[in-house]
Design a protein around this ligand. Structure first.
Ligand code: AMP
Length: 437
């Protein structure tokens, strides 16, 4: 059997690849209005970065990381030897840790500086069990703002995320924005203890995984997909009833700004998101219908302690990431048609082989003039060249035969109007521009 793409990965064939480019361009345009600029960080980082940044006990780090080792180090490991900590590399499971590492490494937010507003786009890798909307390699666009803790940073990021989704064509009515606050290191520990005590009281109704998690991070139980666990956790204490004054004020200010901007949202006190680094604001955008259980198209939150976790000075931060493949699914569910990658303005058809070299010259001249132009390269009959032109969606076909060539001209056919005219070869690019530009 021919070799297939690895499980949980998929090829972006031309139409999707084109849309990925447009998607990134739209993100750069929309997020650029809010001051975000592009950075590119490596797809491999030291494993230690994710362990310290995302948290050793998270699913992403404990179960889902792809480890990368050079051939030499792999041999050492297989021979039972050890390798240096900095040679332990992992494919990035998300973008935030790498960007924060880069900000710290290059001191992009010196004390007193304006916040750094950065965006990125590229593949992420998680060894999850593949299912609809859940891949092992997927593409994300994300932003990170480092160096400001004002609620206006949170609110403007959420607003621009919703603006982006709408601009890319996902109908506002098909999305729901969930928001919550996860508190800070002052108020969360006490809340965590409350949840742990509640879980202990309901130990016999919760699954084993939840109870194991209760010891390390009980909040993770809010994410359990088991229906009975979900029902039990619905009755658990709510974080928003246990925020300290600073966190309560911060959260209220974010919501006020969203209200002022007319961005609808639902408060969801059970929204905890799967990574350890979040503090205060968290949010997620879900598609209401058609995506099944993997219905989150984007999400993020504040991470005021992450820079310190990876060895930098205290630098508050906020970011989000959105999944390209899930957005495609949301567009499909909403019945939005993707633009086609293959475009052809002009097809040059040869009546016989004697005109091939002249046709080749005409095609080049048109391309040099900026026209998307194609010809047959397989010796097809005139009839099947017309079929090919149709398939490519060519708006015009230039027919070149010995008679036309003797006059230094071609017959230019308007495929929609079924009209044709003799046009001098040298005038074809200009004629095409007259029609199309
Ligand atoms: P997260 O980093 O988990 O908050 O993910 C941010 C966004 O990336 C999600 O809302 C999804 O759109 C997308 N995403 C996360 N994990 C996957 C995956 N395994 N396959 C496809 N998309 C994903």
């Amino acid at each position: 059997m021919a070799i297939q793409a690895p499980e949980g990965t998929r090829d972006l064939l031309p139409d999707e690849a084109l849309f990925w480019t447009r998607f990134k361009d739209t993100a750069a345009e929309v997020f650029g209005r809010y001051g975000y600029v592009l950075v590119e960080t490596p797809v491999i980082e030291q494993t230690e970065l994710f362990v310290r940044g995302i948290g050793e006990a998270t699913d992403v780090v404990s179960k889902e990381m792809f480890t990368a080792v050079s051939g030499e180090n792999l041999k050492r490991l297989l021979d039972g030897g050890a390798i240096k900590a900095k040679s332990r590399l992992s494919l990035r499971p998300e973008g935030t840790a790498g960007v924060v590492r880069a900000v710290v490494q290059h001191d992009l937010v010196p004390q007193g500086a304006a916040p750094a507003k950065l965006m990125y786009a590229g593949p992420m890798f998680r060894a999850e069990r593949p299912q609809k909307g859940r891949q092992r390699q997927f593409n994300q666009v994300g932003v990170e703002c480092l160096g400001a803790e004002a609620p206006s940073i949170d609110a403007e990021a959420i607003i621009m995320l919703m603006r982006f989704f709408e601009k890319v064509g996902i109908p506002a009515s098909s999305m729901e924005l969930l928001v919550n606050s996860m508190g800070c290191e002052k108020c969360r520990p006490a809340y965590r203890d409350l949840v742990r005590a509640y879980m202990d009281e309901h130990a016999d109704e919760l699954c084993e995984t939840c109870m194991t998690r209760a010891a390390v991070n009980p909040l993770r139980a809010f994410d359990c997909k088991n229906e009975q666990c979900a029902a039990v956790m619905a009755g658990a204490p709510k974080i928003t009833d246990h925020l300290c004054d600073d966190c309560r004020e911060h959260y209220a200010a974010v919501r006020e700004l969203l209200d002022g901007a007319g961005v609808p949202y639902v408060e969801e006190p059970k929204l905890v998101r799967g990574l350890d680094y979040y503090t205060r604001t968290v949010f997620e955008v879900q598609v209401v219908d058609g995506l099944g259980s993997q219905n989150a198209i984007g999400g993020g939150g504040r991470y005021d302690k992450l820079a310190e976790e990876v060895g930098g000075r205290p630098t508050p931060g906020l970011g989000f990431a959105l999944g390209y493949e899930r957005c495609l699914m949301a567009l499909e569910a909403a019945g939005v048609e993707l633009p086609r990658a293959q475009r052809c303005d002009l097809f040059v058809a040869c009546v016989d082989d004697s005109v091939r070299a002249s046709a080749f010259g005409l095609v080049q001249a048109c391309r040099d003039a900026g026209i998307v132009c194609e010809m047959d390269h397989q010796g097809r009959s005139l009839k099947s060249q017309f079929k090919l032109a149709d398939k490519l969606g060519a708006a015009r076909v230039a027919v070149l035969g010995p008679d036309e060539l003797a006059e230094g001209a071609c017959t230019l056919r308007d495929m929609a109007a079924h009209e044709e005219a003799r046009v001098k070869l040298a005038d074809v690019p200009e004629e095409m521009h007259r029609v199309f530009l």
